[in-house]
Design a protein around this ligand. Structure first.
Ligand code: NAP
Length: 247
């Protein structure tokens, strides 16, 4: 099914993990995809190759999205190359886990800037483009932690809760331009982010998941692509893909 043929998409943080899967699934539906990464150039180039092998146009942009100017520049570069931006997936995210009593100001700021500040910067830059087009699909990747909280993740939870509130507000403001804004909230998903968690804690985490296993990146990506390709009347929503860990 090539129902996204002729559309362009940007996926931030798509050199690996969930972002990579989102990029590949958008390409399988026919979209041209620009990916972003911060350091893993080889991984990003491999994703570009995989995308091109699917018969679509692909670009990779190195940009540290903790800096707002870099997020704006990313949007400008894609617009310059392709002349329209139809789908924006704000996926780039980091953790710097520590209990509050040990958390530094820098760890707070880095996570808020990377996870939430990046959504603000890319959305603010892409909105005039999408308003002019009278079409846009924005999907922000949050986390169930933004709804439930999680020990050792005050910075991350605040950033992800912020994404949910930001998503709903933006959805209200731009609905009349045929721009939808939604958030997908994964549960614990098998990527390098989760691999940072020590094995004994991972076992405790699985015990909390009603479905008894971690999510797979492709399962998160499917929900993102559904929203982007078929969610014409879905806006301002947070959609949980979490194996039941938060209901
Ligand atoms: P991941 O495997 O750690 O990959 C992170 C991606 O973000 C990489 O492509 C990385 O680029 C990029 N990135 C990191 N810092 C960046 C920056 N400053 N500027 C631009 N790109 C940056 O993460 P993931 O597990 O796939 O997570 C993807 C999203 O899902 C995140 O928003 C995360 O919070 C959310 N999420 C994940 C889980 C989970 O359990 N995995 C659960 C809920 C929500 P490089 O490769 O260049 O470093």
């Amino acid at each position: 099914m090539e129902d996204l043929k002729g559309k362009t998409a940007i996926v931030t943080g798509a050199s690996r993990g969930i972002g990579r899967e989102i990029a590949l699934q958008l390409a399988k539906r026919g979209a041209d995809v620009a990916i972003n990464y911060v350091s893993r150039e080889d991984d990003a180039n491999n994703v570009v190759k995989e995308l091109e092998d699917l018969g679509v146009r692909a670009l990779a942009f190195k940009a540290d999205l903790s800096q707002m100017a870099a997020g704006r520049e990313l949007i400008d570069q894609v617009q310059e190359q392709w002349g329209h931006i139809d789908i924006l997936v704000n996926n780039a995210g980091i953790t710097r886990d520590k209990a509050m009593k040990n958390l530094s100001d820098a760890e707070w700021t880095e996570v808020l800037d990377t996870n939430l500040g990046s959504c603000y910067a890319t959305c603010s830059e892409v909105l005039p483009i999408m308003m002019e087009q009278k079409f846009g699909r924005i999907v922000n990747i949050t986390s169930f932690v933004g709804q439930a909280g999680n020990f050792g993740q005050a910075n991350y939870a605040a950033s992800k809760g912020g994404i949910i509130a930001f998503t709903k507000t933006l959805a209200l403001e731009v609905a009349r331009y045929n721009i939808t804004v939604n958030a997908i909230a994964p549960g614990f998903t098998e990527t390098e982010m989760l691999a940072q968690v020590p094995e004994n804690i991972r076992e405790k985490i699985i015990a909390r998941v009603p479905m008894g296993r971690f999510g797979r990146p492709e399962e998160i990506a499917r929900a993102v692509v559904f929203i982007a390709a078929e969610g014409d009347y879905i806006t301002g929503q947070q959609i949980n893909v979490n194996g039941g860990v938060y209901m």
